[in-house]
Design a protein around this ligand. Structure first.
Ligand code: FAD
Length: 600
């Protein structure tokens, strides 16, 4: 049985076994959501033009905000821009807590940073804010923002233990995994150098169950909050990361092997989706490397598997591997030196097999719950050493659940050198297999950490060389997806960016391609407390825009607040412009006597 089929069978078999939650049985094929128009190309119906949006009109941008909220934003963003303060913010918070006591400290936080970036302590208290934003056309993606406050040493210990197998720890197999996909103590604390994203460390299976329960509650709350909600999950919260590392290593090696053969055939440098291998030459390479005998290989490439083209692309190659490789053997890699397929590790222990199974079970439970609640599930992208596996597992869920509309959204990080290949291959696979493509495009949150790790450990930096290169890749990927949306009304994308140019670029292309917001295919996403001057004008003009809305008790979201402060300090190009616009609006209200503006 092939890898993809085996994963799917495993997923469906798992959910027939003892469920992990009390979630009732769910429909696998969700009813089409409001506004979805399956099977109809958007160009087929005449639509009014795409509405114009003015991001410089501060009166409109801040119509939903009272003046004291503008002052708070200004103060918080100004403090975030002070390098001296940022460098010592943890000590300062600690000192403030000691001087003020917990209650006053909480109040101070709620009046400042917490009030700016976090919606409230629990699902009840965040409701007014969600409703308020909705009234101004802005939806919510709920995100329970609690993180365990581990010391760096605890984080490192947990990472080293959970990223290696029992066999590796006994010293029997570590050499087979590439450096990039091994745990390294110096980078064990994955929180270092990360903006935006929350980090999970593996503690136990029970802890993963509790993360799953949290995600389930967010899905339920999103379902209650709107008919068109989103919820976000992270796969590192749902299981032992060792499995993600090993699987990522295998997937990367298979892809590299394809490119190696392509280079042999003089086809280096093409986009993966355009690279076609000559089958006859490929057969020679495979036989020469001893991966299969000539007799075996002839069976592999039939007219049925290849059509009439006589060539094979990366997707054909992967499906070929999938159909040759049993799940128990899927951790095998071609060894370039010996030319043989070798198991990556001799085997998982029984306990590790169970852990891997339970991770897949948890994903399945969440996807079913989302399907039942009519909530779209966005799977966040994480570090490059986990991401190939995260993306592949997400794709398996998409294939199963995105039958009538995109229920599961994958995330593509455009700061990666191979982002365009990743996006185009998934779009192409969705076309071939007939499921609905759904994606969130981001620039990426792990840049500093990824670069430092690549340099220190000694592998190629996976990130684009410059910010400009990242923006070019983002727009290229987005353009490709928008073109797809034009021809396929069942595909959707979320442009998750605070970058005004990127949002403008999207609006411009939507106009050109005739992608009206009423088609409900293009979504925008920003974080709560950031770039309201983008979110609210979009929402008020009728575009589909969502805020990532973190919530949780003050002390437990402090790590998140630290990262918010750091991200606003400079990586975000929009932070300075936001301060200018806030000033402009405050001055306008002062001059026009509307300082006591009541949002209506
Ligand atoms: C709704 C939402 C969901 C998100 N989900 C995810 C997710 O699942 N995974 C994830 O990783 N991130 C995620 N993010 C975070 C996102 O990646 C960051 O917000 C983003 O990096 C900031 O980019 P921007 O387009 O908003 O702003 P900009 O200021 O235009 O871009 C800043 C980004 O550009 C890139 N960059 C900066 N300098 C360089 C350089 N020298 N070379 C190369 N690249 C550079 C970095 O990625 C940096 O973060 C999400 C953000 C939002 C709003």
């Amino acid at each position: 049985m092939g890898l993809r089929r085996a994963l799917r069978v495993q997923l469906s078999a798992l959910c027939r076994r003892a469920p992990l939650s009390t979630a009732p049985a769910a429909r696998e094929q969700p009813a089409a959501g409001p506004g979805t128009e399956p099977g109809r190309g958007p160009a087929e119906t005449a639509r009014p033009p795409v509405p114009a949006v003015d991001f410089g009109n501060t009166q409109e941008a801040y119509r939903s905000r009272r003046s004291w909220e503008l002052v708070r934003s200004l103060l918080v963003l100004r403090l975030c821009a002070s390098p001296a303060l940022l460098a010592r913010h943890e000590q300062l918070l600690h000192l403030a807590r000691r001087l003020l006591g917990q209650r006053l400290f909480n109040t101070l936080m709620k009046m400042t940073f917490y009030g700016q970036f976090v919606a409230g302590e629990d699902q009840e208290s965040i409701r007014p804010l969600i409703q308020h934003n909705r009234a101004f056309g802005v939806g919510s993606i709920l995100d329970y923002g609690v993180e365990e406050d581990l010391t760096p040493e605890e984080a490192e210990r947990s990472e080293m233990e959970s990223c290696s197998s029992a066999l590796e720890r006994d010293g029997h197999g570590i050499s087979k995994r590439e450096k990039q996909f091994q745990a390294h103590r110096a980078f064990g604390d994955r929180r270092d150098g990360v903006t935006s994203a929350r980090t999970y460390f593996y503690a136990s299976e029970a802890k993963c169950d509790s993360h799953m329960e949290t995600f389930l509650r967010c899905i339920e709350a999103s379902g209650r909050a709107s008919e068109d909600g989103f919820s976000a999950i992270k796969l590192t919260a749902l299981g032992r990361p060792q499995f993600l590392l090993q699987f990522s290593d295998v997937l990367t090696k298979w892809r590299r092997f394809f490119h190696h053969v392509a280079a042999e055939q003089g086809k280096a440098g093409l986009a993966a989706v355009d690279t076609k291998l000559e089958v006859a030459a490929l057969q020679e390479s495979v036989v020469k490397m001893g991966i299969a005998s000539r007799a075996e290989i002839e069976d592999w490439f039939t007219a049925e598997t290849l059509g009439v083209s006589g060539t094979l692309d990366l997707l054909d190659w992967c499906s070929l591997i999938n159909s040759r490789t049993e799940l128990s053997r899927h951790l095998v890699v071609p060894n370039m030196q010996t030319g043989r397929l070798e198991p990556l590790l001799s085997r998982f222990t029984e306990e590790e097999e169970r852990q891997m199974t339970r991770m897949l079970q948890r994903m399945d439970v969440l996807a079913k719950k989302a399907s039942q609640a009519g909530v779209r599930l966005m799977v966040d992208a994480e570090q490059t050493y986990f991401q190939p596996a995260i993306s592949r597992l997400t794709l398996e869920m998409q294939c199963r659940f995105n039958v009538e509309r995109p229920l599961i959204f994958n995330t593509f990080q455009c700061y990666l050198r191979d982002a365009y290949d990743n996006v185009t291959l998934d779009v192409e696979l969705a076309r071939r297999e007939g499921w609905c493509f759904g994606a969130k495009l981001v620039r990426g949150a792990y840049m500093a950490q990824e670069r430092a790790r690549a340099l220190e450990v000694g592998y190629e930096d996976p990130i684009n060389p410059t910010y400009e290169a990242t923006s070019i890749v983002y727009h290229r990927c987005l353009d490709y997806v928008l073109e797809e949306l034009k021809h396929n009304a069942r595909a959707a994308v979320m442009v998750a960016s605070h970058n005004e140019d990127t949002v403008r670029f999207t609006l411009h292309r939507m106009e050109e391609l005739g992608l009206h917001p009423a088609n409900r295919q293009v979504y925008f996403g920003q974080l709560l407390g950031m770039c309201d001057q983008i979110s609210f004008p979009l929402g008020q003009a009728g575009f589909l825009v969502y805020k990532y809305v973190p919530y949780g008790p003050v002390m437990e979201v402090l790590p998140y607040l630290s990262r918010r402060a750091l991200e606003n300090s400079g990586v975000m190009k929009g932070a300075q412009r936001e301060r200018q616009l806030l000033w402009q609006e405050l001055k306008r209200r002062l001059c026009t006597g509307s300082l006591f503006h009541q949002p209506a």
